[in-house]
Design a protein around this ligand. Structure first.
Ligand code: ATP
Length: 502
């Protein structure tokens, strides 16, 4: 079994996620989050929300509809440009993404290639259909990835499911700018669903047709792009950049923010957000440093409106290398100018006597991809057990409480402790099995701390606390449990927190 299969098996068996509507023939690219997956996703979203909205006093979250007016996407350019290259096998009529087909066979990036160039590459390398093995394809054509719907009884009005959350802050800009007392920078975040009719969503949980994005759109004055109030706090901080110039050597450059600004000519406001994103991955999500990089996109690779674009990539064994989980895009005034033109409503602002259309810096994260990445990076197989070594901030269940036996008033005492802890920690109670089995089950879902109530508990009000990773156990007084758990989750070693027991 591959690592991907093992993770997907546990995910489905234990309630992280599984193909949606599995009792029928599930449609590729649609997944249900089970109870554990939902807890974990909420943890991730809360961390993201607290961290990124905390970067400025003028950053807020809004919530918007998923179905949007056609005009929004005329103005944004999605109707014209939001497309992927599609190719059809002449023999079995299997349709797939031409760029993926090529990249699977040839070690090149297809970003920015024209239809004809892809046709030629498919022929030149005699690429075969992944379904039937034939090597005769029709011409590469473009396929728009938006889902359309009809609204109302006449069915004359076409609307679209939003393909990104970003358009919501753009169309809400005018209202929020006034409501927030006309200040810039202004940040509007959305954590919500996005929908893309992906041609071949074959990377399991990684490429979905309905997925969640967490995006922050920062509206600012582009004349101030090389200014940053917090610069001193990050200028010596080192970024891990995979620059266009390093593609051949595959070297990751470790470079101080100050040098990225001076030598690479990346503006301070942009570099500051690179630093903050990297810190989010290292300090909050605890991603190992060598698994992280920013990938710079060249002029041909990035969308025409993006003036600077780095993707956040994580090195994932299940996906054979670094894969995109997020991006930082300097989009210029493309968005607000587009909506100004389309809506005929002025989107200019006047600040200190200067009139301008705000530019946008976009922080764009795929929540589901980040969840998959955390599962990939945390998955461990040891001699007797399989587990996810989630950090406590992301674990769906942080603490589990068990009675050693289902008698002698141990369950009652264990439930008392469960009730005590559930207010402060994500806690579960279990009494269905031997203690060994209950440990394994909890370890398998990444639970950080396991508490067992035994006969000694009834005598002296102490319990055992077991560390998932080292499997070491200590004896702790019930009244100290909350503070001990907090220290333990704060990375204190279990041995330092109490007397070890076998
Ligand atoms: P890709 O090149 O992998 O198709 P993208 O560059 O089109 O992704 P963006 O439009 O920049 O992606 O979207 C921002 C983020 O949304 C991505 O970094 C990714 O995490 C997430 N995302 C995009 N498409 C999907 C998808 N089909 N399934 C899950 N997440 C996605």
């Amino acid at each position: 079994m591959t690592k991907t299969e093992k993770i997907i098996n546990i995910a489905a068996k234990r309630g992280f996620f599984f193909p949606s509507g599995e009792i029928y023939n599930p449609i590729a690219g649609f997944w249900t989050y089970g109870h554990l997956g939902t807890l974990m996703k909420h943890n991730w979203e809360d961390l993201w929300r607290t961290y990124f909205l905390g970067l400025d006093t003028n950053y807020y979250e809004i919530e918007d509809v998923n179905i949007m007016n056609k005009k929004v996407f005329e103005s944004s350019g999605h109707l014209e440009n939001f497309k992927d290259p599609l190719v059809e096998c002449k023999k079995c009529h299997n349709r797939c993404r031409a760029d993926q087909l090529i990249e699977d066979e040839v070690d090149i990036s297809t970003d920015g290639l024209k239809e004809k160039e892809m046709d030629e590459l498919i022929k030149k390398h005699k690429i075969k259909c992944p379904n039937c093995g034939a090597s005769e394809f029709g011409d590469v054509k473009w396929f728009n990835m938006m889902f359309d719907l009809k609204v109302g009884a006449t069915g004359n009005d076409i609307v679209y499911l939003r393909p990104e959350t970003a358009q919501s802050p753009f169309v809400a800009f005018k209202k929020e700018f006034l409501a927030l007392r006309e200040k810039i920078p202004m940040g509007l975040a959305v954590i919500g669903k996005a929908f893309r009719n992906e041609i071949s969503p074959r990377q399991g949980f990684f490429r979905l047709r309905e997925f969640t994005q967490a995006e922050l759109q920062i509206f600012f004055d582009s004349d101030k792009i090389d200014e940053c109030l917090e610069w001193n706090k990050v200028k010596n901080y080192k970024l891990r950049l995979y620059l266009v110039n390093n593609r051949k050597t595959k070297v990751i450059t470790e470079i101080k923010c100050d040098e990225a600004n001076k030598k690479l000519k990346l503006p301070k406001f942009y570099v500051y957000h690179l630093a903050k994103i990297q810190q989010f991955y290292f300090e909050i999500l605890k991603i190992p440093k060598d698994k992280f990089r920013f990938r710079e996109l060249s002029g041909e690779e990035r969308a025409f409106y993006n003036k600077i674009h780095f993707d956040i990539e994580l090195d994932l064994e299940t996906l054979t290398g670094f894969k995109e989980v997020a991006g930082l895009h300097f989009r210029g005034d493309h968005d607000l100018s587009g909506h100004q033109k389309g809506s005929k409503e002025k989107h200019e602002v006047t600040i200190d006597g200067k009139r301008f259309i705000p530019n946008v810096l976009e922080l764009s994260f795929g929540v589901d991809r980040n969840i998959w990445a955390l599962m990939d990076l945390s998955f461990k197989e040891e001699k007797e057990r399989t587990l996810f070594k989630f950090s406590p901030v992301i674990s769906p269940i942080q603490v589990a409480v068990f009675p050693l036996l289902r008698k002698d008033k141990l369950p009652e005492k264990a439930k008392e402790i469960f009730n005590l802890l559930k207010e402060e920690f994500s806690t579960s109670y279990d009494e269905t099995g031997s203690i060994g089995k209950m440990y394994r089950r909890m370890e398998e879902i990444g639970c950080n701390a396991m508490i067992t109530v035994d006969h000694q508990t009834l005598k002296d009000n102490t319990v055992t606390l077991r560390d998932r990773d080292s499997m070491k156990q200590i004896r702790v007084k019930i009244k100290d449990l909350s503070s001990v758990l907090k220290k333990f989750f704060d990375n204190e070693k279990i041995e330092k927190l109490g007397k070890s027991v076998k």
